[in-house]
Each structure stands twice: as structure tokens, then as C-alpha cells.
Design a binder for this molecule. Sequence first.
Ligand code: ATP
Ligand code: MG
Length: 394
Amino acid sequence: MKDLILLKLGEIVLKGLNRRSFEQKLMGNIRRRLIGLGKFKVSCLQSTVYVEAESEDADLDAAFEALQDVFGVVKLSRAVACEKDKDAIARRAIEYLRDDMLRAKSFKVESKRSDKSFPMTSIELSQYVGGELAEAYPNCEVDVHEPEFTVVLEVRDLAAYVHAQPVSGAGGMPVGSNGVAVTLLSGGIDSPVSSYMIAKRGVRLIPVHFFSFPYTSQQAKDKVVELGRILTRYCGKMTMEVVPFTHIQEEIRDKCPEEYFTLVMRRFMMRIAERIARDAGAKAIVTGENLGQVASQTMEAMASTQAVLDLPVLQPLIGMDKEEIVQMARRIGTFDTSILPYEDCCTVFTPRHPRTRPKPGEVAAAESRLDVDALVEEALQGLERIELNREESL
Ligand code: ATP
Ligand code: MG
């Protein structure tokens, strides 16, 4: 019996005229996510995406697993198709759900009918198939209130489908349906999570990492590359830009008052990120900042940092507790890599007494001895591009 995967779309269903292009984006992302798992047919009808195996070696189990990470999908089920006839549906259900029906003590049947020409109502169909299943599996009783197992029947345009209760998808919107942003990716716990959250809103990401060799090591950079690769599970293929940051940090150390080191450094990050964004058509900068977490994350400090750019800075973690962020990092699979003990450029030349509540203009005065434009230009000249592909992290 050949089964298939049904994916239910989330918010994109609401998007009226844009819906078609959203669906196209989603199907493209699904096809890309299935690369390496065999040949599949991906199609979309009535707000449902169908994924069917097309070659002998197509691995439907692996596909089902992989598609749980694709943004834009709210629910997924493994299903079998059958003729739109009550007895054909009952026979299929008895056959296909055998293991579940033998295991469970109680069940119910839920039916949905998008083909309104089907001669029975949803309730009649549920009752009929429920009766047949109860007869075939006397171990399992009908319980419509708190069933252990739910059988779902869908009578759709092309066929009827039988499946068990669906599992949750990643939610959100398809990556690429909502523009492009630059995301500042450090090796910490926070920025992989902030990147994930913005990608979930349908944004394609360009990760940017500031690298201060030899103050930060090659291992520190490898760790960020690995974090980026883990994120490709959700974000798709990305190109990371690694910015040589050593000279800027040395200049700051030599020419700025110590208490401003971090704030001046963060202004450089923003300027460089903005230039990269503009060149790539990206419309925002994403950071993992979190109100009050460190000295540079007060409202005054963030105002001084954001004063140097015009693009919006998206900070999806701003109001979260550390514990919530950690939980999410664990769930998306970045936590274990994030806690590897390599230093970040933020911990190079850290001031003993950082300025936490700078007044407007204060940080600009602190960096007045630097040739800001030349330093930004020099850093941009030295960008290193690294392609991040999921296949490489397998
Ligand atoms: P994280 O856990 O993401 O490192 P953090 O709590 O350590 O965050 P900071 O080190 O102050 O906070 O950095 C705030 C944000 O600035 C980070 O979340 C990240 O978006 C960006 N950032 C910090 N260091 C770098 C870096 N070396 N390269 C790119 N972005 C960085
Ligand atoms: Mg950090």
C-alpha cells in the first residue's frame, strides 16, 4: 500500500491574492528539503501539499521527519489514498491503521469533506467507518470524548484519504515569502535563536559573523559556521559573510576611551551589516539582543548602537527570559554547539567598567579619533563568503 504525506498550510492560507506565490515558495522549499532522500512528486491543491514517493529508493520516513522543520506547514500526516466510496474507505482504514488499532484501547473517527458532492455527511461517514473499524478490532472501543487514537478521513477533490492524527509542523511562513534580512550570528546561545525566529516569519537570512583572528580562534569561527549549518535545516541554503574585525578592534583599543570599547565596536558591526544588507537587497538587521542581559543591552546603549543605521534592527528575543531562550535553542538543536567554550569578539578587549547608559552623542565623541569610513571599507574588502549547505552538516 503506497502512502503519501499531506501537509496543511498555516497562515499562508489567509493571504488572499498572494496565496499562490506563497504556495510556490513553500513547494520550492519542500523540494529543496527533500534533496538526497529520493525522488518525490510535490503538488498543492485546496491548501494542502501532497508529497508522494516517485522512485523505489524514496525514503518517506526520512521525508516525514525532514518536513517537520519546514516553515509554512502547520500539520503533517502520513496518509493513504483510496476511492471516494464508503466501503473502499472503510477497507483502507482497517488495513492501513492496523498497528495503531491493535495497540489502542479506544478510538474515534473524524471526517472532513471538501468534496461536497460526496453522498454522505461527515458524521454519517465517521459513524459508518467507525462501525466497521470497531467490528474489525474488538480490542478497541469507540470513545468520542477521550479516545486514545483518532482516525481522520478526508474526502477531497481527487480521492479520499485515511490517516492518523497529524503531527505539528514548524508553523510560520515559507522562507523567502517575506523578504531578506542580514542576521548577526555570534557563537552564543542567543543569535541562532533570533535567526530562527525571523526565518520563521518567512525571511531569507544572510548570516554575518565578525571574526577577530587571532584574538578569537579558528575554532570559534568553525563553531559559528556549524551553527549556520544547523540553521539551514530551517532556513534553507545560506551564504555566510565573515568580516575581518581584528584591525577595527585594535584601532578601538588604541584610540577610544576604554569604557566605550564595546559600544563603539557594536556601532561598527551595525555599519558593516548595513552595507552588506544594502548590497544584497536585505531590508533589516537581526540581532540576538535581550533587554538588560549585558551592559550593551540597555535601552540607552541600544539607542547609541542603532543611531548609525537606517535599516530597522529586529530583536526577536528582546523580552524573553534566558531560560526560554535556552529551551528554544535546545529544541532547534543549536544549544550544544553554542555552549562550546570558544570566545567571541565581544569578549576581546572588554572594558572593566563599560558605559551602560550613554547620552546621545557620547559614543560618537568617543570614536572621533577613528577613520570610521576607511575602517568599514577595509573590512568590506576582506569579506570571506562561506556557503552553508545542510548536506555538508549531515
Ligand atoms: P549571543 O548569545 O547571540 O552571542 P549575547 O547575549 O552574547 O548574544 P552580545 O555578545 O552582546 O550578546 O551580542 C548581541 C548580539 O550581537 C548577538 O546576539 C549577535 O546578534 C550580535 N553579535 C555579537 N557578537 C557577534 C559576532 N562576533 N559576529 C556577529 N554578530 C555578533
Ligand atoms: Mg555573545
